[in-house]
Design a protein around this ligand. Structure first.
Ligand code: ATP
Length: 756
């Protein structure tokens, strides 16, 4: 066999050995897991927790080995090894593999040795003579794409690497789940992915430039490059909605990483569910950093000096709670710098001491230690004393503190004099109203300042710490005696899985359940939407300020969000952040991307430079139709357009079509399309499509805001002028226009916004 067939056969043989090795490793891991499980729940407590820990370890490993099945090997580098004509070959894949003799077979894409696969260019080839992309389907090699880098060829500095593989990836039908881009990462993306762990890295880029993809690959890279550090502290990914988190939730597992916590700002506090949304002014007001002061004042308002003396009678003796004493005791308790609920203990003790002194003064004789304690206890258990001290220093939950600000106008007026009466009225709401996403950072602030008044939990935590120190020692000895670990887990992590009594929780599980957890790295997507208060809540969770922040200030739709990174981040991070930009769109055909940019620029949005990697013939259609309800295009025309695209692009495994319309018309259009589906694609296919979960649906109708971060093969955009007048303005229109990978069909009855 010669030529391409010979090359394919050769690569197939190589790929076969990699899969054989993968299968062997899977078999070994499954065997170990079986053995551990067979050992059962008997034995000493220590035996049981040790088995638990190893079971989790092998489960993680098994999940990792399962996740890398698809496109295990995707690249090959031929490198000059320095000798006269010598070349070494290195294969690049999803994970690193070594053979039974520990010789490297496959290089993990994140290893320094794989960097050249993404970075080498004709201009800067380094040692690379040839870069080869292997196209695989299942376990078969179906194609090869070579780039020869050491020839004196004409150099195009803008060239895309592995263009064929890249274009094929871009042309694929969408499934509703984001896939990884590990085989076709481009040089500008790779530089961001491998950028230093320290400090905050802000990635600004237009729609479709791969910001989300890059942020997730960077998380996987950092977990690989700094495993010891990040495995214990964990990585948090923050996204704009749970639909978005679901859209991206397969990417990290497919890169072999399962232990990352993902959340929205609304879900940051375990136990609090934010089910409502604030719009416009209210969202903007609740996002202001002013709430730092407001919450602090609201807490201070619960530390109150009475205006007059309060007489109390305990056991037949008269005591007086004096304003002077309360004021002194408050000042001393504040000096402990503990949160309000925790400093309360100091306040109460101080006051009870003062009252006990009053008893001593009545009797005119010194008290023995025993007598003093008895009086102290009598005072402590007296109801009137407790009520009086509570009035002076009220223990209060964060939820109650914040709810009082919204439901009791005098509380807000007292805590937020900076707000106008009108602004305060906007914030008013009825008792029992649900929490909104913009309440969560305010609640988080309240949690910080109030603390949790749980002395029992504190004592337990102290015990656990002592126990844990003993277990770390033990885990170290286990690791060295079994040779387990292999970079997957370290002694502290293993020890924490031994945690006495509890189930064997992973770092991610423990972190997700702990409001005060501090992470080693935080990734923030669609970061332009976050308010200053939301930033404050996030920064609190990463004391090292090691963050990856990705977003596009031209796509901001929240009234509390950012139009300028500097203005948003400098107050929080000072000069601890750096900016990187992405400039090539891998989603939207250039005709569509260019039009979207013109529209955004005409409206004065801060649009980044954007060059689309490819164009698609016939990608933009603009049709003026007869007006129907609310001067929007007739429903019938929208349905017909959408169903035409469904027939053409939606298949059993892939292909997605979205109608994006002004929010008021969404339910109506969804019903109309649902009703007409069977006539277009047959009853069986219509039933299959209708049964899909809304987040994954291949045919869907959405308001512009709901499409943020998502993508579809085709989008039918209904009445751009009305969308641009909606709450998110032209930003929402810009987002909606840049969702399709193949086709944008614009239906309108009114004049189009400027720039079309
Ligand atoms: N190097 C690449 N190879 C293949 N596909 C890529 C590459 N980079 C990005 N993509 C694809 O381009 C699409 C857009 O990527 P992504 O969603 O990360 O962009 P984004 O910048 O976050 O967009 P938006 O701002 O609109 O949310 C995705 O389908 C992604 O898989």
């Amino acid at each position: 066999m010669t030529g391409i067939a010979g090359e394919l056969a050769h690569e197939q043989a190589v790929v076969d050995t990699m899969y054989t090795r993968l299968d062997t490793l899977r078999g070994t891991t499954a065997g170990r897991l079986r053995d551990v499980r067979l050992a059962g729940a008997s034995g000493t407590h220590q035996n049981r927790s040790e088995r638990d820990a190893f079971a989790t370890l092998y489960e993680d490993r098994a999940a990792q080995l399962d996740a890398v099945e698809d496109r295990l090997v995707f690249g090959r580098l031929d490198l000059s090894d320095g000798s006269a004509d010598g070349t070494v070959t290195r294969y690049v894949g999803r994970i690193g593999l070594t053979d039974a003799e520990h010789r490297s077979m496959l290089t993990d894409w994140r290893a320094p040795a794989a960097e050249a696969f993404y970075r080498a260019t004709a201009l800067h080839p380094g040692d690379v003579q040839r870069r080869r992309h292997l196209v695989t389907k299942g376990r078969s090699v179906t194609g090869l794409e070579d780039e020869v880098l050491d020839l004196d060829t004409e150099i195009d500095a803008d060239a895309l690497s592995g263009e064929g593989a890249l274009l094929a990836a871009m042309a694929q039908g969408r499934t509703g789940r984001m896939s990884d881009i590990v085989a076709t990462i481009q040089a500008e993306q790779d530089r961001i992915i491998r950028s230093d762990l320290s400090g905050a890295l802000v990635v600004q880029g237009g729609p479709g430039t791969g910001k989300t993809a890059v942020a997730l690959h960077r998380a996987a890279y950092l977990l690989y490059a700094h495993r010891r550090l990040l495995e214990r502290s964990g990585v948090l990914v923050v996204g704009p909605s749970s639909a978005f988190l679901r859209y991206i939730d397969q990417v990290l597992p497919s890169l072999g990483e399962t232990g990352v916590v993902s959340t929205t700002v609304g879900d940051l506090i375990p136990g609090i569910r934010a089910t409502a949304v604030d719009e416009g002014q209210v969202a903007r007001l609740k996002g202001l950093l002013l709430w730092r002061k407001v919450v602090r004042r609201a807490v201070r308002a619960r530390e109150r000096v009475p205006e007059q003396e309060i007489p109390v009678r305990v056991d037949g003796h008269d005591f007086v709670i004096r304003p002077r004493d309360v004021s002194d005791a408050i000042a001393r308790a504040r000096r402990t710098h503990k949160p309000h609920n925790l400093a309360r203990g100091a306040f109460v003790r101080d006051m009870l001491d003062r009252l006990t002194d009053q008893y001593r003064d009545f009797t005119g004789a010194p008290l023995s230690g025993e007598d003093r304690s008895a009086v102290f206890e009598d005072l402590r258990s007296d109801r009137d004393v407790r009520v009086a001290l509570n009035l002076a220093w009220l223990p209060i939950t964060p939820e109650r503190l914040v709810a009082d600000l919204y439901t009791k106008p005098h509380r807000l007026a007292e805590a937020a004099p900076e707000l106008t009466a009108r602004e305060r009225r906007l914030l008013f709401r009825e008792k029992g109203a649900p929490w909104t996403e913009s309440d969560v950072p305010i609640l988080d602030e309240a949690y910080e300042l109030l603390g949790e008044d749980d002395s029992v939990a504190l004592a337990e935590a102290r015990n656990r710490e002592a126990e844990q120190a003993r277990e770390v020692e033990y885990a170290r000895s286990v690791l060295s005696s079994t040779g387990a670990g292999g970079g997957l887990v370290d002694a502290e992590t293993l020890a924490s899985r031994f945690a006495a009594g509890g189930p064997s929780l992973t770092t991610a599980e423990r972190a997700a359940g702990d409001r005060a957890w501090t992470y080693g790295h935080v990734v923030v997507d669609e970061a332009q939407e976050l308010s200053p208060m939301a930033w404050r809540a996030l920064v609190r969770r990463v004391p090292t300020r090691s963050m990856t922040i990705v977003g596009d200030v031209a796509q901001t739709s929240s009234a509390a969000g950012a139009r300028n990174w500097d203005r948003m981040l400098t107050p929080l991070l000072r000069d601890g952040w750096r900016l990187a930009e992405l400039t090539v769109s891998y989603r939207t055909p250039s005709t569509v991307a260019d039009t979207a940019q013109q529209v955004a620029r005409a409206a004065g949005l801060p649009v980044s430079d954007l060059r689309a990697a490819r164009d698609v013939e016939g990608s933009l259609t603009v049709v003026r139709t007869a007006p129907g309800q609310d001067t929007l295009p007739e429903d019938g025309a929208v349905v017909a357009e959408a169903l035409g695209l469904v027939k053409e692009l939606v298949g059993p495994d892939a292909g997605r079509v979205a109608v994006v319309a002004p929010s008021g018309s969404v339910p109506r259009l969804a019903e109309a399309i649902g009703g007409a589906l069977a006539s277009a694609v047959g009853a069986e296919e219509a039933a299959r499509l209708s049964a899909q979960r809304p987040e994954d649906a291949q045919v869907t109708v959405l308001a512009p805001r709901q499409t943020k971060g998502l993508e579809f093969d085709a989008v039918v955009l209904v009445e751009p002028a009305t969308i641009a007048e909606g709450p998110g303005g032209t930003s929402d229109l810009y987002v909606a226009m840049t969702r399709p990978t193949q086709r944008l069909v614009v239906l309108h009855t009114r004049d189009l916004p400027e720039g079309f």
